[in-house]
Design a protein around this ligand. Structure first.
Ligand code: CA
Length: 222
């Protein structure tokens, strides 16, 4: 899952990025409103975290413009204590949730999980295919009840494939969702990660769960 964080307090942005990366999200940070808006319009994210008070273009305006551009990515607003009217305005312009600073990262993560969860998965956040399960809350992957250790990128890749089970995903889509903008990702990098993922999750002698669709991309299916 890829998150855009628009926050001008550099220290806070840095701490949030690190914390989110430990939760296996790929994070892009914009330190001003203009860059944030460019990112939000030009790239694909699973979630946008928007500070309200920002230089150049404020969070309210960014949210308005994102929605005007027909982008429906969930938006979480960050607002300073006491800026009650900001909250109301944020929700009015299409934000999905807000948090008042200072907030605990635990609560932030819980709210993020709630926002990026798709409606069909509300009752069962554990993703699965055959006897493979992935629990986004505990970061655990099991095959036939045996725990499998995955790197953070392998985990994100598997999660993205599972959330789009039976759908062919192009390498570009995978890069956009699993890696952040700063990382130099070549299509061959995806191939390497898919190979590692297969080595870890597949059962010897059985067909791989991850199918290569020549010239198109990858899909996970039974
Ligand atoms: Ca700010």
């Amino acid at each position: 899952m890829r998150i855009l964080l628009v926050e001008d307090e550099v220290k806070l942005a840095h701490a949030m990025k690190r914390a989110l990366e430990l939760q296996k999200y790929a994070v892009d940070v914009a330190n001003n409103g203009k860059d944030g808006l460019d990112f939000a319009i030009g790239e694909e994210f699973s979630l946008i975290i928007l500070d309200v008070m920002l230089p150049e273009v404020d969070g309210i305006e960014i949210c308005k413009r994102i929605r005007a551009a027909n982008i429906h990515t969930p938006v979480m607003m960050l607002t300073a204590r006491g800026q009650i009217s900001d909250k109301v305005t944020g929700l009015d312009v299409g934000a999905d949730d807000y948090m008042v600073k200072p907030f605990s990262f635990e609560e932030l993560f819980a709210r993020i999980r709630a926002l990026v969860r798709r409606p069909a998965q509300t009752n069962d956040p554990v993703l699965h295919i055959k006897d493979l399960t992935l629990d986004p809350k505990t970061f655990t992957v099991k095959r036939n009840n045996e725990l499998i250790e995955l790197s953070s990128k392998e985990f994100s890749l598997l999660e993205y494939l599972l959330r789009n089970k039976n759908t062919v995903l192009t390498k570009e889509q995978i890069i956009a969702h699993v890696w952040n903008y700063d990382s130099d990702v070549l299509p061959s990098t995806i191939e390497v990660h898919v190979k590692h993922l297969r080595d870890k999750i597949d059962v010897k002698g059985e067909n791989s769960l991850v199918h290569t669709i020549r010239g198109r991309g990858y899909t996970i299916r039974e």
